[in-house]
Design a protein around this ligand. Structure first.
Ligand SMILES: Nc1ncnc2c1ncn2[C@@H]1O[C@H](COP(=O)(O)OP(=O)(O)OP(=O)(O)O)[C@@H](O)[C@H]1O
Length: 223
């Protein structure tokens, strides 16, 4: 079986007067059920790599296959559809919509994909949030939740459409140590118990050491 993510010589150069290379010749394969850390110095290109893997940016050279499918020929619509169904994102800052409740925030990706009827979306959002310990907070808005709780809502949102792959960019970077540990345990559980693949950028080397594999980036390359 092919890997969930296969990148070959993935490269992203910004077309400035003096071109800026964000990611250079990255070749990697990530299998289902892997818990992978992306590490490296500040400015080395970790986020840029994650954006490429998450179809939030396009490579200027190289190939990327997700779920065995070449992403190069996809138009914007297909890329958006693949993002919604195959990928979940968790960022350092939660990016929840402030005027919506936790449950509504989790429903949004489901509405965009449009596979479920409204009552099922509502039920699923409630179940996901409850499974992450937020059953008491379904109808609260982000400003009524703690930082750790907000980040757990963001994890629930990333799972809304049951994607096989979760990409996380410093998911614990803005949390205190107790909340960090909780969010880390949730991500680990997604891999071990729910069969997800999680790729997380982290500056925390202790956390990276507890993951299955580390991809170290230096100057846009695997180093
Ligand atoms: N749009 C842009 N224009 C110019 N330079 C950029 C742009 N986006 C990123 N860069 C530069 O590219 C490099 C890689 O950035 P990236 O955010 O991927 O690094 P990172 O490893 O995730 O950093 P950090 O750990 O600090 O978040 C950095 O030097 C950054 O300043």
């Amino acid at each position: 079986m092919s890997a969930l993510i296969e990148a070959e010589k993935l490269t992203r150069v910004l077309p400035e007067t003096v071109p800026v290379t964000l990611v250079k010749d990255i070749t990697l394969a990530i299998d289902e059920r892997e818990f992978v850390a992306v590490t490296g110095p500040s400015g080395s290109g970790k986020s840029s790599l994650l954006y490429l893997l998450g179809l939030l940016d396009r490579p200027t050279a190289g190939t990327l296959r997700i779920g065995g499918r070449d992403t190069e020929p996809m138009n914007e619509r297909e890329r958006a559809r693949t993002r919604l169904s195959m990928l979940g994102f968790v960022f350092q800052f939660h990016f929840l919509l402030p005027e919506f409740t936790a449950r509504e925030n989790v429903e949004i990706p489901m509405r965009k994909l449009g596979r479920l009827a409204r009552p099922e979306m509502r039920e699923r959002a409630g179940e996901l949030l409850s499974s992450l310990g937020l059953g008491e907070h379904l109808d609260k808005r982000p400003d009524q939740l703690s930082g750790g709780q907000r980040q757990r809502v963001a994890v629930a949102r990333s799972l809304a459409n049951d994607p096989p792959l979760i990409l996380a960019d410093e998911p614990t970077g803005s949390l205190d140590s107790k909340s960090s540990e909780q969010v880390f345990a949730i991500l680990e559980n997604l891999v071990r118990e729910r069969g997800k693949t999680v790729v997380a950028v982290t500056h925390d080397l202790d956390m990276a050491a507890r993951m299955d594999r580390r991809i170290h980036i230096v100057d846009g390359k695997i180093g």
